[in-house]
Design a protein around this ligand. Structure first.
Ligand code: NIG
Ligand code: FE
Length: 392
């Protein structure tokens, strides 16, 4: 018989199920309880109605939320870019060129080093309440180095893996970007596809143009991968429109958008994933979250954790920025960091706490999720269950 665990005395429980509690999108139940069985949520509801369970855990009036879903990170790397950040904070501008520094270091690193760096970051994320992580290749940029990075991720058990051979054109292909595009869409894809679920392209001036991006995303689709796109990050470009055209699960960054881009997103199943750690760490203007939300676009929040443009692994930090600097409400930011991330990964089993969903949840040292932005920088994550197992 599988054992059941009942979490009781929850001041608030965010279910992300509008049918629960107050009827809002977060489906907040007050004075709640939650029962876990076999790694899944077996029951949610008011504490005075909780069914008997084998084990009890008294949450002491804390808030429970779904584990964060960080649907965009770049953790398959080696090396350090402290100096680049330091120079930027003294006035230098961020460009995609810094990626080359990380490519050099990553190619030199052994598999064990890549695996250890990935594991350390995933652990760091878990301690901050992130129970699902997507990560990408993109610092290998040859068939051999891209495939081994993705293999390392697959061997480490990471669930959401993205092939980003099209991060930049590496120096050895600088004179022949179309030749590199053919490699990414051909031999490199062949070697990488077995390890990945997603294909991504950095569609940007100085990276890949519209035609090159379309070629790679279409080839990825033909191999069974689903597209997601680094779109409209540094300048206005064709990325968002292309993401919608190819049916991407997500258009990420979305910093420079026209009304046509916003309309295209609103009329599609493509999620807009906003990465405020990136604008924070590059001193750039934040994306217009309100404009997207008011147009009816589904918005996700993620860290973009990478050594160049956004070296934070903290979803609570991103939530705090999204609320203070991007005009999102605390409810919207929490939804985007959980259910929004799940939607960006086309998952229905995570990002929510409803009967049958995965028992990935966080207890906050606070009575409500609003404290994530009300108390910025305070380590409020006090316990984390992943698949029903207490990890933090
Ligand atoms: O999402 N924009 C492209 N890629 C990363 C940055 C990578 C880097 O600077 O190393 C991003 O911001
Ligand atoms: Fe990124």
């Amino acid at each position: 018989m599988p054992r059941t665990l009942s979490l009781t005395n929850l001041a608030t429980l965010v279910t992300n199920d509008p049918a629960q509690g107050d009827g809002g999108p977060l489906g907040i139940i007050e004075n709640a309880a939650l029962v876990i069985e076999d790694g899944k949520v077996a029951w949610v509801g008011p504490g005075d109605k909780v069914p008997a369970a084998d084990e009890l855990y008294d949450a002491g009036g804390r808030a429970a939320i779904p584990g964060f879903v960080d649907s965009h990170s770049h953790l398959l790397y080696a090396g350090d870019r402290t100096q680049e950040f330091n120079a930027r904070m003294s006035g230098r501008v961020y460009t995609a060129g810094g990626i080359r520094t990380t490519v050099r270091a990553t190619r030199e690193a052994g598999d064990a080093q890549l695996a250890a760096t990935l594991k350390a970051h995933v652990r760091e994320m878990l301690a901050q309440g992130t129970t699902t992580v997507e990560t990408k290749s993109g610092y290998g940029l040859s068939p051999e180095h891209e495939a081994r990075a993705l293999r390392v991720a697959a061997e480490s058990g990471l669930e959401e893996i993205t092939y980003l051979g099209a991060h930049i054109v590496p120096p050895e292909w600088a004179e022949d970007p179309d030749g590199y595009t053919a490699l990414v869409a051909g031999e490199m894809l062949e070697e990488c596809a077995p390890y990945a679920r997603w294909v991504d392209v950095f569609c940007e001036e100085g990276a890949f143009d519209e035609d090159q991006s379309r070629t790679i995303l279409t080839a990825g689709k033909a191999k069974g991968l689903t597209p997601r796109v680094h779109a409209n990050q540094l300048t206005h470009g064709p990325g968002v429109q292309l993401a919608v055209e190819v049916g991407a699960a997500s258009a990420d960054h979305c910093t420079h958008l026209t009304d046509v881009d916003v309309d295209a997103l609103a009329n599609s199943a493509t999620v807009a994933t906003l990465l405020p750690g990136c604008e924070f760490s590059t001193r750039a203007v934040y994306p217009g979250a309100r404009r997207l939300l008011e147009a009816g676009v589904t918005v996700a929040l993620s860290t973009d954790c990478n050594p160049g443009s956004s070296y934070t692994s903290s979803m609570p930090f991103c939530i705090a920025i999204a609320v203070r600097e991007m005009g999102m409400t605390p409810d919207e930011a929490l939804w985007s960091a959980t259910a929004g991330g799940a939607q960006a990964l086309r998952r229905t089993d995570i990002g929510r706490l409803t009967v049958g969903s995965r028992a990935d949840l966080v207890l906050l040292d606070a009575p409500s999720h609003v404290h994530l932005s009300y108390r910025p920088g305070v380590p409020l994550v006090s316990a984390v269950w992943q698949r029903g197992v207490r990890e933090v």
